[in-house]
Design a protein around this ligand. Structure first.
Ligand code: PMP
Length: 357
C-alpha cells in the first residue's frame, strides 16, 4: 500500500491555479505563478511542431538520438550520458524508482521542490527534510542528515522557491562527503538563467556519484510540451533506461525540444531579458519595503512581515488580475513567489505591490 502524503499534492496546486485563473470580471489576467518564460519558445519551435504533424502515425524514436546529440553540441556534454524524459519531473521519478524503495531515504532541503517528496513516496521510500540556512542550501545540514539508508540527495541549484544558489566548491564538498551508497542529484531546472554556469555537468563527468537534471520548461519556454533531460555517469544512465518506457517522448515533443535547444540566440535573449527584468522587479519590491533574497532564477521570493500580510497582498494582486504563488506549502507562509514576466507585467506587479503597501 502506498503511503498517503499529508502534504498538499499536485491536484491541490492544479485547483489553486485553476480557481485563481477564473477571477470574475477581470480582464488581462497575468499568470506569474509557475516560472514560465513569458516570451514563449523560439519561433523555430512552431515550424518544427507543424512539421512533426506529418509523423503522427509513426511511433517516436526510442533512443532520442537526435535530441541528445543537439543537447550534446549546445551544452557541451556527452550525448551517451544524456537521458530524456517527460519534463525533468520524469527524470526525478526514474531516479527514485531506480535507486530508492522501501526502507530507504531520499533527502532534500526544507524548501526543496515538491516532486522530490512525491517521487520518493511513490517509490515507497521515506522523504527526509533537512534545514536550510537563511533559505540557502546548507551542505553541513545535508551531510548531517544522511544515514546508511539514504540513497538520493536532491538539491536544486538555483533553488525553487527561494531563488538562491550555492557555489561549485560547496557542491563538490557535498559530493565528496556523501556516504558511498548515495547519489547527489543537482536539479538544474533554473541553471540556464545563470550565465556561465554548467549546472554541474563537469562534476558529473568527474565523479561517479553526481547526476544533473535539466528542463526545457523554463528558459526554453516549453513547459506545456514536457521535455527534460538528465546527465549522469554511463552506469546510471543504463539503470535509468531500464525504468524508462520506450516511447516516453512524442515526435512533437522531440522536434520542439531540438529546435528550441538549437536556437541559442533566442535562449540568450531570454536570459538577458530575464536578468534585466528581475533586477527591475527586486529593486521595486525593495523600494516598497518588501525584501527578497538575491535570485539567480526567473522568479523572486517576496518576503512580507507575516502570513497575514502575504495573504492580503496575494488577494489584492488577484483582485488586480495578477496571479502569483503562495508558498505556504513550502513552509514559507510569509512569502509570495513572483515569476519574472515581460516588462509590462513586471511593472504592473511592482506598481500593485506599491499600492498594496
Ligand atoms: N525542478 C525544479 C526545481 C522545478 O522548479 C521544476 C518545475 N517547477 C522542475 C524541476 C520540473 O520541471 P519540468 O518537469 O517541467 O521539467
Amino acid at each position: 500500500m502506498a503511503t498517503i502524503d499529508p502534504q498538499p499534492g499536485i491536484m491541490d496546486i492544479a485547483l489553486y491555479e485553476g480557481g485563481k485563473a477564473k477571477v470574475d470580471g477581470i480582464t488581462n489576467v497575468v499568470k506569474l505563478s509557475s516560472n514560465e518564460n513569458p516570451f514563449g519558445p523560439s519561433p523555430a519551435v512552431q515550424d518544427a511542431v507543424v512539421r512533426s504533424v506529418h509523423e503522427l502515425h509513426r511511433y517516436p524514436s526510442t533512443d532520442h538520438a537526435s535530441l541528445r546529440s543537439a543537447i550534446g553540441e549546445v551544452h557541451g556534454v556527452d550525448p551517451e550520458r544524456v537521458i530524456c524524459g517527460v519534463g525533468s519531473d520524469e527524470i526525478i521519478h526514474f531516479l527514485c524508482q531506480a535507486y530508492a524503495g522501501p526502507g530507504t531515504e531520499v533527502l532534500h532541503t526544507v524548501h526543496g521542490f515538491g516532486m522530490y517528496r512525491i517521487s520518493a513516496l511513490a517509490a515507497g521510500a521515506s522523504p527526509v527534510e533537512v534545514p536550510e540556512r537563511d533559505r540557502v542550501t546548507d551542505v553541513d545540514a545535508i551531510l548531517d542528515g544522511c544515514s546508511e539508508r539514504t540513497r538520493l540527495v536532491f538539491i536544486a541549484n538555483p533553488n525553487n522557491p527561494t531563488g538562491t544558489m550555492i557555489g561549485l566548491a560547496e557542491i563538490e564538498r557535498l559530493a565528496e562527503g556523501l556516504p558511498d551508497q548515495c547519489l547527489l542529484v543537482l536539479d538544474g531546472a533554473y541553471a540556464d538563467y545563470v550565465e556561465g554556469y554548467d549546472g554541474g555537468a563537469r562534476l558529473v563527468e568527474q565523479r561517479e556519484n553526481v547526476v544533473m537534471t535539466r528542463t526545457f520548461s523554463k528558459l526554453y519556454g516549453l513547459g506545456g510540451m514536457r521535455v527534460g533531460w538528465g546527465y549522469a555517469p554511463k552506469a546510471v544512465i543504463d539503470v535509468l533506461n531500464r525504468v524508462r518506457g520506450p516511447f516516453n517522448l512524442s515526435n512533437t515533443a522531440l522536434a520542439a525540444a531540438e529546435a528550441a535547444v538549437r536556437d541559442t540566440t533566442w535562449a540568450e535573449k531570454c536570459r538577458n531579458d530575464n536578468t534585466r527584468l528581475r533586477m527591475i522587479l527586486s529593486e521595486a519590491l525593495a523600494e516598497h519595503g518588501v525584501p527578497s533574497d538575491t535570485s539567480t532564477a526567473n522568479f523572486v521570493l517576496a518576503r512580507f512581515a507575516d502570513k497575514e500580510e502575504a495573504d492580503a497582498c496575494d488577494l489584492y494582486l488577484q483582485s488586480q488580475g495578477l496571479i502569483v504563488r503562495k508558498v505556504g506549502g513550502y513552509k514559507l507562509p510569509n512569502c509570495l513567489r513572483i515569476t519574472v514576466g515581460d516588462e509590462p507585467s513586471v511593472r504592473r506587479v511592482a506598481f500593485c505591490i506599491g499600492q498594496f503597501k
